[in-house]
Design a protein around this ligand. Structure first.
Ligand code: FE2
Length: 399
């Protein structure tokens, strides 16, 4: 089944070839996998105002509303908006009841990712494996049924207060989960707007506390059978003021990739420390959204008011960088105009850009990534990027 597309990918009209290009999908032998993962199921956020966030992610990011749960259909605790772009499902939850646990979560962490839900073919097998390997099971496997069928669902804890819900939706054809009703965007796309601004999710980075990165790498290796990908240590991603260590784990088919960062000692506070302070602990730092046309996507997002990190002109004019990146699909000037970064490795190159934080706290943000053979994460850009982040940190008085 390694060459099969998921229901979400089929719905997004994506082909296997496109996915190999977009997110570096690989073939693998599912037989020997102790914890088979098909791919992403949904990324669940808790936000301070889901009603307005749902509008922002539709109007600025071109996502489409497809399901809803709230007081109007019996959920008196919170509002929940399910949005889609390409094969990715985002869920935005905001407390309605002041006593909702979501209100407490938001008070402590601000806007952020609470659940990186994964689609798995066999929930019970995964939970048995997770328990055997010492993971914390936060929801025992159960069937949940409505008129659209039955889902099998469970959840395990990962870093911070983040969880991985595991879902088998092979017997379900409703709009999201039981309890949700189908919904349609009230936001109408403008004439000439692209169909969608990104097609798939490439990776989600987790920030963990100093000294804990290897623990979490081991968690993904032992509990979930994830394999190690690239490895970045020490000087590779250090500037004078900030430093971090990062290792990357991926599921068998590489649909799901988790770089894990921890702060490293530097002269001043690292961006990971800033995150840990304002998120009050470990959590998801950024989501990389895959696009096949980053130039059009960035132009559309800027026109919609989305703000990106700045990159100094010196980055583009640096002869060493020009030499390193060689020839890419557009003139460097086109990238410079848009502040898009470029990195190359032995397999090819990638184009990427990072947004400013999405909420009020300097925590979660998005990356846009366009891969051309490279299976990396932009290691060569880390220094240039961190220098840009530090200028922002300095402006906030947190450096
Ligand atoms: Fe990234």
């Amino acid at each position: 089944m390694t060459d099969a597309l998921t229901q979400d990918e089929l719905k997004a009209d994506l082909t296997l070839e496109q996915l190999q290009q977009l997110v570096g999908l690989v073939e693998y032998d599912e037989e020997g996998d102790v914890f088979p993962v098909t791919g992403w199921d949904s990324i669940v956020f808790v936000v301070g105002n889901a009603t307005q966030a749902a509008h922002y992610y539709q109007s600025a990011w071109g996502m489409q509303l497809e399901a809803y749960s709230g007081p109007e259909n019996g959920n008196r605790d919170h509002k929940s908006f399910v949005l889609r772009s390409g094969s990715i499902r985002f869920v935005l939850n905001g407390a309605v009841d002041p006593d909702s646990p979501l209100a407490d979560h938001h008070r402590r962490h601000g806007d952020g990712v609470v659940d990186i839900a994964l689609e798995v073919p066999d929930v019970d097998r995964c939970i048995a494996q997770a328990r055997k390997a010492g993971a914390t099971v936060v929801r025992e496997p159960e069937d949940v049924t409505d008129e659209h069928g039955t889902i099998r669902i469970a959840a395990i804890a990962t870093y911070g207060e983040t969880v991985h819900t595991l879902v088998d939706r092979s017997r379900y054809d409703g709009p999201y989960l039981p309890g949700y009703v189908a919904a349609e965007s009230t936001w109408v796309k403008r004439e000439g707007d692209p169909k969608r601004l990104f097609q798939a999710l490439d990776h989600i980075v987790g920030n963990v506390e100093l000294g804990h990165m290897d623990e979490w790498v081991e968690f993904y290796n032992k509990v979930m059978g994830f394999v190690n990908m690239a490895e970045f240590i020490g000087d590779d991603i250090a500037t004078d003021y900030s430093a971090l260590m990062s290792k990357v784990v991926a599921n068998g088919n590489h649909r799901v990739k988790f770089p894990l960062n921890e702060p490293a000692v530097a002269k001043k506070k690292s961006q990971i420390d800033e995150y840990l302070e304002f998120y009050r602990g470990a959590g998801a730092q950024h989501l990389a959204l895959a696009t096949n046309d980053i130039l059009t996507t960035v132009d559309a997002l800027r026109a919609n008011g989305v703000e990106f990190l700045d990159t100094p002109d010196s980055y583009y004019e640096d002869p060493a960088l020009r030499e390193r990146i060689g020839k890419v699909r557009v003139p460097i000037e086109e990238l410079q105009k848009r502040k898009i970064l470029v990195d190359r490795d032995e397999d090819g190159y990638l184009l990427q850009i990072f947004t400013k934080p999405l909420g009020d706290r300097p925590t979660v943000f998005f990356e846009l990534i366009e891969r051309h053979g490279s299976l990396g994460f932009g290691k060569g850009n880390f220094k240039a990027l961190f220098e840009a982040i530090e200028r922002e940190q300095e402006a906030r008085g947190n450096l």
